[in-house]
Design a protein around this ligand. Structure first.
Ligand SMILES: [Zn+2]
Length: 64
């Protein structure tokens, strides 16, 4: 049991040491609202989701 508690404590501590990525807000994804004109000249709205390059898609910045 002691070992289990120790593992959990280490895991929580490492999570707390990680800072949320300011670029994506901790989601690991960047969303862009985009409007495209389709072949019928109608405006199509779409949301483009791209992985955040700053944190590598993890949502957290590694503590240095
Ligand atoms: Zn990010």
């Amino acid at each position: 049991m002691a070992a289990d508690n120790e593992k959990t404590g280490v895991f929580d501590a490492s999570q707390l040491n990680q800072a949320k990525c300011p670029d994506c807000g901790g989601t690991g994804e960047l969303r862009f609202d985009s409007e495209n004109i389709n072949e019928n000249f109608e405006v199509e709205k779409q949301t483009i989701i791209a992985p955040c390059e700053k944190c590598g898609g993890t949502g957290f910045l590694k503590a240095v």
